[in-house]
Write a protein that binds this ligand. Structure first.
Ligand SMILES: Nc1nc2c(ncn2[C@@H]2O[C@H](COP(=O)(O)OP(=O)(O)OP(=O)(O)O)[C@@H](O)[C@H]2O)c(=O)[nH]1
Ligand SMILES: [Mg+2]
Length: 463
């Protein structure tokens, strides 16, 4: 375990190179060089102004040449250390995006002393050089992967500092206490207390409150980042597939009057107000009539148990009150919200409509006639996103952060218990150190090579 920045596998003296834009044909491609020799290496294959004599944050037109051979007409953007993403010298070459040109230029840079960058190595260097803390570096990957307005906003918020600034400040205060308590250990015989126990308790309460709030935010944060698993289930012929199609506004699933039409699950993403809902249409639940249908029903039950939201659809013209109540009772699971959808309202008389059990859990629709579909969408949204999204709140979206926060919380509970139970300073000190350790893991004050490897290997090359 290293405290503070681990040297990891990056060798700082190396200058690294990679394509920063997607592979394939396009208008332009950007090749990025970072490291001590980045500017010198670019200059050694450059026909144009002397790049080593230019100011930071300037762009230059010129040619990349291999001896007498001109490879391309390009633009070179210069970022002189430490004013760059990695805090090293960085040159970005914008060339024509032909696979051949890109490969030739990268090969040329390697011939002149650069080496291929590993996945995430630019961002790793940004972290190791103190440009970003670890949670910010992770936010870079989240931002690239973001596929909805909400997930982009949350990632951007984290990239801008998010909760790490807040945690860092609290952590520093806790460090102070830890050192005072350490001092007490040195004077063990004299039975003195340098660290005021009441102040310590107040601080722990404050941190616990913030940590607790962050842990709570994960449910929503995770929904924003990964989408909400939403299962559409019910009896055969209830109109589940018709509903899926109506929600997507597309004939995605096969619909027929034959019960047992859907056998395998069908998944599609529906974006409602910036949040992705992963809709899963399932096989109708009943005593299966053949082996394949039986597998389908099993799969339905599995999908329900993995979902956050269950949209239970019933044929309002057919179902009996008893059947309805049985279904609701057997499908209700802790941790899964359930919405009731009475379908085929177009077939009902006014008297039948009013006889339905009204309430904010029940939505009456006609999937076939596309009636009240928007109302259902609104309910799907508000059943998962209870709080208003303001766009600037700090939210935990990362399971690694969640786990570190939970361990911090556990350690803090032990510290509080320790103060109240008047345990000795050395045990108190140990629990505080644990809390500090887990808090530090989030921002990367405490890292291991494995942890960094794990995080950055998931990045793409060139980032
Ligand atoms: N009148 C009316 N018919 C509907 C409505 N929704 C669905 N149906 C009809 O009900 C039948 C069954 O619809 P599906 O969407 O295939 O039902 P399902 O729940 O997916 O059925 P399985 O896949 O077999 O479990 C079809 O003939 C649909 O046209 C509706 O709102 N009104
Ligand atoms: Mg179906």
């Amino acid at each position: 375990m290293n405290t503070h920045h681990s040297p990891l596998t990056t060798h700082h003296e190396d200058t690294i190179v990679a394509l920063a834009t997607p592979n394939g044909i396009g208008a332009i491609a950007v090749i990025r060089l970072s490291g001590l020799d980045a500017i010198a290496i670019a200059n050694s294959v450059w026909k144009g102004k002397d790049l080593t004599k230019q100011a930071s944050h300037t762009i230059h037109f010129g040619h990349i040449v291999d001896g007498d051979l001109v490879l391309d007409e390009v633009l070179a953007s210069l970022f002189v250390a430490p004013r760059s993403y990695t805090r090293e010298n960085v040159v970005e070459i914008s060339c024509h995006a032909s696979g051949y040109i890109i490969e030739s230029i990268i090969k040329l840079f390697i011939k002149k002393g650069a080496r291929s960058a590993k996945p995430g190595e630019f961002t790793l260097r940004a972290f190791l050089n103190g440009q970003l803390d670890l949670s910010q570096a992770e936010a870079v990957a989240d931002l690239i992967a973001s596929n909805s307005k909400a997930s982009q906003q949350v990632a951007l918020q984290q990239l801008r500092g998010g909760f790490s600034t807040q945690l860092q400040a609290l952590r520093e205060q806790l460090v102070n206490f830890a050192s005072l308590i350490e001092l007490e250990l040195d004077f063990a015989e004299e039975d003195v207390e340098f660290a005021n126990r009441d102040q310590l308790k107040n601080l722990i309460h404050e941190i616990t409150k913030i940590v607790g709030r962050l842990i709570q935010s994960f449910e929503l944060g995770n929904a924003i980042k990964n989408g909400v698993n939403t299962v559409i289930a019910g009896r055969p012929n209830a109109g589940k597939s018709t509903l899926l199609n109506a929600l997507l506004n597309e004939e995605r699933a096969i619909v027929s009057h034959i019960p047992g039409t859907t056998r395998d699950t069908i998944e599609e993403v529906l974006n409602i107000q910036g949040i992705n809902f992963r809709l899963i249409d399932t096989a109708g639940i009943r005593e299966a009539t053949d082996a394949i249908e039986q597998i389908g029903v099993q799969r339905t039950m599995e999908k329900i148990s993995q979902s956050a939201l269950l949209v239970y659809v019933f044929d309002a013209a057919e179902i009996t009150t008893e059947e309805l109540n049985n279904d609701i009772e057997s499908l209700q699971k802790p941790g899964i919200s359930m919405l009731l959808v009475a379908n085929k309202a177009d077939l009902l008389t006014d008297a039948q409509l009013t006889a339905l059990p009204h309430g904010d859990k029940l939505t009456i629709i006609s999937a076939k006639e596309k009636q009240h579909i928007d109302e259902l969408k609104q309910r799907i949204y508000s059943s998962s996103i209870k709080d208003q999204l303001s766009g600037d709140e700090t939210m935990v979206t990362n399971i690694r952060h969640l786990e570190a926060l939970q361990k911090t919380e556990e350690a803090l509970v032990r510290v509080l218990g320790g103060i109240d139970g008047s345990i000795t300073s050395d045990f108190l000190s140990m629990d505080i150190k644990q809390a500090l350790h887990y808090l530090g893991e989030i921002t990367g004050v405490v890292t291991t090579d494995d942890l960094l490897e794990n995080i950055f290997s998931k990045f793409c090359i060139g980032k």
